[in-house]
Design a protein around this ligand. Sequence first.
Ligand code: SAM
Length: 289
Amino acid sequence: MTSTDHTDIEWNLEDKNDRELEQIEIELLLQGIHRFYGYDFRNYALPSLRRRIWHHVYAEGLSSISALQEKVLHERACFERLIYNLSIPVTEMFRDPNLFLTFRQKLVPLLRTYPYIRIWHAGCSTGEEVYSMAILLHEEGLYDQARIYATDMNSRSLQQAKEGVFDIKRMKQYTKNYLEAGGTRSFSEYYTAKYNSVIFHPFLKKNMIFAEHNLATDRSFNEFNVIFCRNVMIYFNDELRNHVHGLFHESLSHFGILVLGAKESIHFTSYSDSYEPLDRVEKIYRKIK
Ligand SMILES: C[S@@+](CC[C@H](N)C(=O)[O-])C[C@H]1O[C@@H](n2cnc3c(N)ncnc32)[C@H](O)[C@@H]1O
């Protein structure tokens, strides 16, 4: 198969033997990555994983998953490129504005009663969600007493997050999101434009802590009042999703808040009885046991 036929993956796999072979190659690739690099993708949901792997096969100018395995194991740079592609670092500021509006209206009054607020953004990607939270807390007068822990398994994304530099072309959309999320100022107050980028003001970073953390393999590292994890577990299978919910349950303080976002839910996980809903639309839960 050449790099131009990648839309024909289904055609190529009509044969049962091809499908079995593909399954074996994917398993061997993931096992190799796990054993050699310590990254565990074995419990990611197969359809999207499979698509991404094939895209990467072609992007590397190869024709089979086995060839990719060979290259990934022998060339660290190829492995890093694969990780970046598998991690799907798509995000935006005040993504799903209604969630931030709900957070402002329903959760901020609760957080005001805490002397100190620890928030964990698990799978923060390039940081847009984290800067959004810092702005929201700043406007509500709560940022000084907060610490925002921003983690991701992707070191390249985290580096971008630490820099706080974003594409100027996205500011129109982000300003719209900010206003819909209940923003009270002019959004441009928070950044300075430079060429094609904007740099968010350093005061927003003062209570942010960035760290590499892999939800599949790393442990709980602190106790939190709030955990955000959006658009991350949708790529996991049930087993890994349950594992991560175990990690979050262990990491939340009593009455701690779990924010999943409208598309995800605690139902059908082993932890559904451990939480009560605070907002049924935005899937915001409070730990009760
Ligand atoms: C689609 S982005 C979501 C970013 C942000 N939470 C949002 O909703 O806009 C998914 C992020 O999850 C991260 N991720 C995927 N698997 C992970 C894992 N096992 N541990 C930590 N982060 C992971 C990816 O690197 C990526 O940055």
